[in-house]
Design a protein around this ligand. Structure first.
Ligand code: SF4
Length: 441
């Protein structure tokens, strides 16, 4: 008889006692998704639970038509896990739907929600309440959830102001990215999904959040969207994304920490981001290995090239300060067939080389856990994603490398530590020691 997923999870918990148990479960949920019983879904925008907003990518293991009930009634944006046989401390997990997952959220016999693994109850499940600001529409009828959704339990306002990427088609799109497909599927389903958000509607949505977020949970905003290789609305990438920050900072000076996820741009453009009021820059390097970057990010390789991309990341530290340059990589694609590493050892050692390259210069990368969306080339060929062991060892390596170079957790991510972290699309913040965080948070 093969090993069950429970055996695999418990084996890793035993082998890596330095990684919180919470992170083992969270990584497994992020890489493989969660099935939802119909009763655990939300009432969309009319219910009492905060629904999944599809803030940039689909982050699902099926297309909307394949998700069944979860396509009609949205799942929650995030869930929070506690208790169970592993005694989990409060753990916030972004929801990625997979009807075939061995993890299932459903109603337990006592009427509360629980997370089952292989049919056994392993945690109590809490759902995010519908925020007050989601109950108010903009003057043009659009919802705040569509224009300015919040994630990370309300900490981060996620402003995907350009819903598509100009790297288009098989020869340019990153091989793990479904931004363009996700836009098409929402349009096909008749859901509101604005291709380019106007500065005015973003400001109006922020006005509503500012007014109704009475507990001050929202602390940061991220401006992002697809790459711009020519122009959008007559503007290049730095000015297109930067002018939102300019307008936000004019209207709400210092209310939130401003971040931008964009390409690694030439220094003059990066300076413009800073001048517009952005404080944290995410020029994502996606995957460290040269061969894999060239294969997985053909558009970025063609337009900029890996070496230049890395040079620009280092240059941007002179403008933002190394602490505030936080490039992301997609953890797990290193092990995607057919081109990826075939052993966890090789994948970790390559990823560690990248971490050391940046951390030795005071720049702290961060990562999201790869969700193998089925409409992407890598997701199609690797529906199970990367091995769980890779993700667990990465957490250990990340923390170890950070400590070696005397760095603390990056700013703009909320509190660190198991039981306290709110960052929901990887468990790097759950795995860092409690109290390790930037003064900005
Ligand atoms: S640059 Fe790559 S990862 Fe970013 S949106 Fe475009 S295709 Fe997706």
């Amino acid at each position: 008889m093969g090993r069950s997923r429970t055996d695999e999870v418990e084996d890793l918990m035993a082998r890596f006692p330095g990684v919180p148990r919470e992170a083992v479960i969270k990584e497994d949920l992020l890489r493989g998704g969660i099935a939802f019983d119909a009763e655990a879904l939300t009432g969309d925008e009319n219910g009492s639970v905060k629904p999944k907003s599809y803030f940039i990518f689909s982050f699902d293991h099926g297309t909307l038509p394949e998700l069944g009930a979860a396509a009609l009634n949205r799942p929650p944006e995030e869930i929070v896990l506690t208790g169970g046989p592993y005694g989990l401390r409060r753990t916030v997990v972004s929801v990625r739907v997979n009807p075939n997952s061995p993890y299932r959220v459903g109603v337990t016999p006592d009427g509360t929600l629980g997370l089952m693994l292989d049919g056994r109850h392993i945690a109590d499940v809490g759902l995010p309440p519908m925020p007050d600001y989601y109950r108010h529409a903009l003057a043009n009828g659009k919802s705040v959830m569509e224009v300015a959704p919040t994630i990370q339990w309300g900490y981060l306002i996620y402003l995907t102001v350009f819903r598509v990427c100009q790297y288009f088609g098989a020869k340019e799109e990153c091989q793990y990215c479904d931004i363009n497909h996700n836009w098409r599927q929402h349009k096909a389903a008749g859901r509101p999904y604005t291709g380019v958000k106007s500065v005015e509607e973003v400001l109006e949505a922020l006005e509503i959040i500012d007014k109704h977020d009475t507990t001050g949970a929202s602390r940061a905003y991220t401006l992002t969207g697809g790459s711009i290789t020519s122009q959008v609305k007559g503007l290049g990438e730095a000015d297109f994304y930067g002018r939102y920050a300019q307008a936000i900072e004019e209207r709400f000076p210092g209310r939130w920490i401003g971040k931008v996820v964009a390409q690694a741009l030439p220094k003059e453009d990066v300076q413009r981001f800073h001048d517009y009021g952005i404080r944290i820059y995410h020029p994502n390097y996606e995957v460290w290995d040269r061969r894999l970057f060239e294969l997985y990010c053909p558009g970025k390789e063609r337009y900029v090239g890996r070496d230049e991309w890395h040079r620009r990341i280092l240059d941007s530290a002179e403008i933002f300060g190394p602490r505030n340059v936080i490039p992301n990589f997609v953890a797990g694609v290193e092990m995607a067939a057919p081109a990826g590493f075939t052993t966890v050892d090789e994948a970790i050692s390559s990823t560690e080389e990248g971490l050391r390259y940046f951390m030795s210069r005071g720049i702290t990368p961060r990562f999201t856990t790869w969700c193998p969306e089925p409409t992407t080339p890598l997701g199609k060929q690797n529906p199970a994603g990367a091995p769980l062991e890779y993700h667990i060892r990465l957490l250990e390596t990340y923390r170890g490398t950070m400590e070696e170079f005397g760095l603390s957790s990056p700013p703009g991510y909320g509190p660190a530590g198991a039981g306290r972290a709110v960052f929901s699309v990887s468990s790097f913040m759950d795995s860092l020691p409690e109290g390790m965080q930037g003064a900005e948070d």
